[in-house]
Each structure stands twice: as C-alpha cells, then as structure tokens.
Design a protein around this ligand. Structure first.
Ligand code: C2E
Ligand code: MG
Ligand code: MG
Ligand code: MG
Length: 282
C-alpha cells in the first residue's frame, strides 16, 4: 500500500510539475504578445507628505489588460515572469513607459518623481544603468526623475551583486527605495553599505499597527533605523485616518495608500492632481 501511495504521490508531483510548466510557457507566450500588442499599462499611485499634504511622487504599478481575461494585477504574472528573462523585457518596457510619461508630465510643468518596481534579477543581468540612462535621454527626461523600488528580500539575496549597478544609478540621480521593508530580514551591515535612499514600510505592519502593539513597535524601529541611516521612510498601504494619525504621531513623514488614492491610469491621475494638488498645477 505504501508503495502504491508513493507511486500516486510521484504521479501527483509529475502532474503538478507538468501543469506548472505548461502554465509558465503559455504565460510566457501570452506576455511576449502582450508587450508587442501594447496590452501592458502603468497605473500611478500618489505618495503624500503627511505634514503638508503635498505630493512627493508617484509609484508606477504594472497592469495587464488581457484581451480575454481582463485586467490582471502584477501578483498574477510577475512571479512567473521572474522565473526567466521575461522579467527583464517587462522591466525595460516599464522603465521606458515611465520615461515617456515623465517627459510628458514634465513638458506640462508637472515635476515629480516616478518610482518603478524592478526585480533584482534585472540588476544582476544586463546593464540596467546604461539602459535606463539612454531611455531617459531618448524620451526627454532625466534619470533624476526616476526612483527604483526593490523588495528587501530580493535585495538581500545578493547585495554584493547589485551594489555596483545601484551605485552607478544613484550617481546618475536615480533614487533607490527598499520595498516591503521589515519582511526580508535585512542584515544591518548590508543596509548600511548599500546605496539606498528610502525605506518603504511593508503594508502588513501598517494594517495591524492600530490593534497590534508589536507592529507599532516594528514601525517605530524602522523609523529609528531610517533616522540613524539618514533614509527617508514611507509607509505603504495606509487605508484609514487612524492609521495615518498613528503614523504621524510616530514621526513618519510620507504615506501612500487607498486613503489618499488608488493606483490610477495617467489621465485619471491628472484629474486627481487637479482636484487635490492645486499648488502643483498652478
Ligand atoms: P508593491 O511595490 O509593494 O506595491 C504596493 C501594492 O499595494 C500595489 O499592488 C498597490 O496597488 C497596493 N496598494 C497600495 N495602497 C494600498 C492600500 O492602501 N491597501 C492595499 N490593500 N493595497 C494597497 P499591486 O499593484 O497589485 O502590485 C503588487 C506588487 O507587484 C508590487 O508591490 C510590486 O512588488 C509588484 N509590481 C508591480 N508593478 C511592477 C513592475 O512594474 N515590475 C515589477 N518587477 N514588479 C511590479
Ligand atoms: Mg513598490
Ligand atoms: Mg511594497
Ligand atoms: Mg509588495
């Protein structure tokens, strides 16, 4: 019986692997087509200064308008794309689109940074620094209008492997943010040495901070860390007034979340700016 069960388990795993491979290959073909057919788009979510209420920049978040399956969030395809070089093609598309949009906004006097999410794989392979600089130049903006967000866990997988490129990018004026901070077990030693500017507190801590003293404590610790390393700290996933008030009490200056605005297509963001950020437009 044990042997039979073992055989079944084996068949089960083989089946799983087969399905996963099939899914990945289908997705890969689908995504390559998506890039070619302009099915990808960027939505933009404002980042806000808690004290002044002013805009400090926007984060670009990838969306895939699938002809059959509708709008896909990145959580559904980025992890699979990260298993191969597809993530680099997507990443370049994202940077180019952000450069295009940045130039458009700048030409109309809308002068704020666009943060894009990139995977560490993009930094390790290829030449992101060169690519980013030439795309910025090509479209009429500057690297200094861009910020790159890397998750803490992907950054800490190979901190030495990415430091060189991050240094070059930073010297060109690109700002570097550590995303989902608090979830990735950073080594303090690396954190001190890495060329970074911003810590983004993971939204899991923000969402429970009111009810959970431990999460509030983690936020305090991250804020103290930011202060001692001279890094800006942004809290993500702020959904309620009470969360915003707590963050302000704790000394967090920058926030992002549904309380202020959801990620929006570029045109909608412009309407939002007109309504909420008059000083920026005037
Ligand atoms: P992230 O960079 O940490 O982005 C924050 C995510 O939280 C976004 O989800 C955003 O829509 C969502 N969010 C913002 N405010 C709130 C809030 O108040 N409450 C809640 N519940 N959620 C909020 P999204 O757009 O689905 O993106 C998920 C993740 O996918 C991102 O996490 C990022 O790691 C990755 N991603 C997104 N765009 C790209 C991209 O262009 N390239 C790469 N490599 N990864 C991307
Ligand atoms: Mg991000
Ligand atoms: Mg995040
Ligand atoms: Mg995240």
């Amino acid at each position: 019986a044990a042997k039979a069960a073992g055989g079944n388990t084996y068949r089960f795993f083989r089946q799983e692997m087969l399905e996963r491979t099939t899914r990945r290959l289908t997705l890969e073909i689908d995504l390559r087509r998506a890039i070619a057919n302009s099915e990808l788009e960027l939505h933009y979510q404002p980042k806000i200064d808690l004290n002044s209420g002013g805009l400090t920049g926007v984060e670009a978040l990838l969306r895939w308008r699938h002809p059959l399956h509708g709008m896909q969030a990145p959580g559904e395809f980025i992890p699979l794309a990260e298993e191969n070089s597809l993530i680099c093609d997507i990443g370049i598309w994202v940077i180019e689109e952000a450069c295009r949009q940045s130039a458009k906004w700048r030409s109309r006097g809308l002068d704020f940074r666009i943060a894009v999410n990139i995977s560490a794989r993009q930094l390790e392979s290829g030449d992101l620094y060169q690519q980013l600089c030439s795309l910025a130049h090509l479209h009429g903006t500057t690297p200094a209008q861009l910020e790159l967000e890397l998750t803490e866990s992907s950054l800490m997988e190979n901190p030495e492997g990415v430091t060189g490129q991050l240094n070059q990018l930073r010297q060109a004026g690109v700002r570097i943010a550590v995303d989902d901070f608090g979830t990735g077990y950073s080594s303090l030693a690396y954190l001190r040495r890495l060329p970074i500017d911003i810590l983004k507190i993971d939204r899991s801590f923000v969402s429970d901070a009111i009810a959970d003293e431990e999460d509030a404590q983690i936020i305090k610790t991250i804020l103290a860390l930011g202060q001692s390393l001279k890094l800006a700290v942004v809290a993500e996933g702020v959904e309620s007034r009470s969360q915003a008030e707590l963050l302000q009490t704790l000394g967090c200056d920058q926030v992002q979340g549904y309380l202020y605005a959801r990620p929006m297509p570029a045109a909608e963001l412009e309407d939002w700016l007109l309504e909420h950020q008059e000083s920026l437009i005037s």
